[in-house]
Design a protein around this ligand. Structure first.
Ligand SMILES: Cc1ncc(COP(=O)(O)O)c(C=O)c1O
Length: 466
């Protein structure tokens, strides 16, 4: 059998698999031709495949609702989208089309909520969960939402001090949540998260401070295990600890009726990814029910704030290889037409892995390569995958008619905010164009440029030259 790239992938993983297939030897993403987009728009480009967002939301809602039914669970499930993951209007609109509620993390988020309301995208009944440190500005805007008649505004106390500040600036009934600080995984750089209130202090804080304020109603206990929802001793340990605190609180606080798990549902970052969403979601519901039964308390409503899960798999970043360089006997570099640090910053800052696949030349032989960006930074490279200490890609010849095209997939979460979309870029390498694929009213795919490649004037203006 020929030692080609297709055979390698086919033997190593299930291929084709959800979201990835070949059509006429070119890779498709969620059934959509990347070759068509490359021919139409040229590389490099960022891609947002909007329909994936709705599919993800439907899948999680479905699994929670099925688990609720299967366990004869009495509470309801609420899917909130955490805006910090990707704030774009088109992304939030797509999520709202699937009836999500929203979670915010800072002051400007509230302006975004106001805009959505003005545009008729949300009503005043939407559930709004306000996490994060409450600066004066953020707090003032949350209170303004309550004063304007938004009926489900739930500020979640990130610290004990936020209670008095909220109380002093409101007159009517105030519905709040408490975020419980979790203990991090053993390999973490610190032991307890700075986010939230120490678990050991929550009950006392409730008794001493919240219970004495007649117009304050504690509704929600929030805890987010930020290393993700995983079937590990650590995750279930933190989970059960939070449930115990929930149960103890519930016994003295009748208004407490909701538990919020935050985000952390994972996405595929390698082709061998195996995560049993159905099992994990069922275990979450079953565990909550079990604790409630043994503690003799009512089963709470369950909230989640899945960010990466909602939008991650909708994103891709497509490059051409500009040049190959054999820098020593064993190291071959493929230089791409932008910077990895600028476009997928998590790949160098927190060593996040994305699915990397060629778009073409699947029938070529392959070899181990290092991928390099065109910034001058030595950190601007990518050379290992989630399940692999190396990156392997098809070989090509310098005189090939068509360059090798590469895609990093499932890049839809956080990368734009972290890289400062449209701002100053390392080595002044411009942000690539941004293409959106959506469906029209008849269900057919449409594609368009959301924003062209960043222009020199845009960058020079920020720098004070224009
Ligand atoms: C409070 C809160 N909720 C939800 C999320 C979303 O997490 P993820 O993208 O892992 O789902 C975050 C992420 O930082 C968060 O801080």
């Amino acid at each position: 059998m020929k030692n080609n790239y297709f055979n390698l992938i086919n033997q190593s993983y299930y291929f084709p698999q959800e979201g990835f297939d070949l059509r006429n030897d070119y890779l498709t993403f969620h059934g959509f031709s990347l070759k068509y987009l490359i021919d139409k728009y040229g590389t490099p480009f960022k891609l947002t495949f909007l329909p994936r967002i709705g599919d993800q939301i439907k899948k999680a809602k479905n699994l929670f609702n099925k688990a609720i039914k299967a366990n004869n669970y009495k509470g309801e499930y609420f899917y909130c989208y955490c805006t910090k993951c990707c704030h774009f209007n088109h992304v939030i609109n797509e999520a709202l089309n699937h009836n999500v509620h929203l979670e915010t993390s800072s002051s400007f988020d509230i302006d975004l909520i106001q805009k959505l309301y003005q545009k008729g995208k949300i009503t005043k009944n939407i559930q709004l969960i306000h996490n994060g440190h409450k600066t004066d500005d953020y707090l003032r805007k949350i209170i303004a939402l309550i004063d304007e008649g938004f009926t489900n505004v739930i500020p979640v106390l990130d610290s004990k001090k936020e209670l008095d500040r909220l109380y002093e600036n409101t007159k009517d009934e105030l519905t709040i949540g408490i975020r419980m600080a979790i203990n991090e995984e053993p390999q973490s750089a610190y032991y307890t998260s700075r986010l939230g209130i120490r678990s050991a202090e929550i009950i006392d804080f409730y008794k001493q401070k919240i219970a004495r304020k007649k117009r304050v109603k504690l509704k929600m206990l929030h805890f987010f295990v930020d290393s993700g929802i995983k079937d590990t001793l650590y995750y279930w340990g933190e989970f059960r600890k939070a449930l115990k605190i929930f149960a103890d609180l519930k016994k003295i606080c009748p208004t407490l009726d909701s538990i919020n798990l935050g985000g952390g549902l994972p996405i595929r970052n390698n082709l061998g990814f195996e995560y049993d969403y159905k099992y994990m979601i069922n275990e979450i519901v079953r565990n909550i029910k079990e604790v409630c039964e043994s503690e003799g308390i009512a089963e709470p409503n369950i909230y989640t704030e899945f960010g990466k899960y909602t939008v991650g798999e909708s994103g891709a970043t497509i490059f051409s290889v500009l040049e190959q360089k054999q820098q020593n006997d064993s190291e071959l570099w493929y230089l791409i037409d932008n910077s990895l640090m600028n476009t997928i910053p998590d790949s160098w800052s927190i060593f996040e892995k994305f699915i990397l696949l060629p778009v073409n030349k699947w029938k070529n032989e392959y070899s181990q390569v290092n991928i390099g960006g065109i910034s001058c930074d030595h950190s601007d490279y990518y050379n290992s995958e989630d399940l692999n200490q190396q990156t392997v890609l098809p070989r090509f010849h310098d005189d090939d008619e068509e360059p090798l095209y590469l895609g990093f997939f499932h890049t839809g979460a956080y990368q734009d905010a972290i890289s400062g979309y449209g701002g100053i870029k390392h080595c002044l390498i411009p942000s690539p164009k941004h293409i959106i694929v959506d469906r029209d009213e008849t269900g057919n795919y449409i594609d368009y440029v959301y924003r062209g490649q960043q222009s020199v004037n845009e960058m020079l203006e920020i720098l004070g030259y224009e």
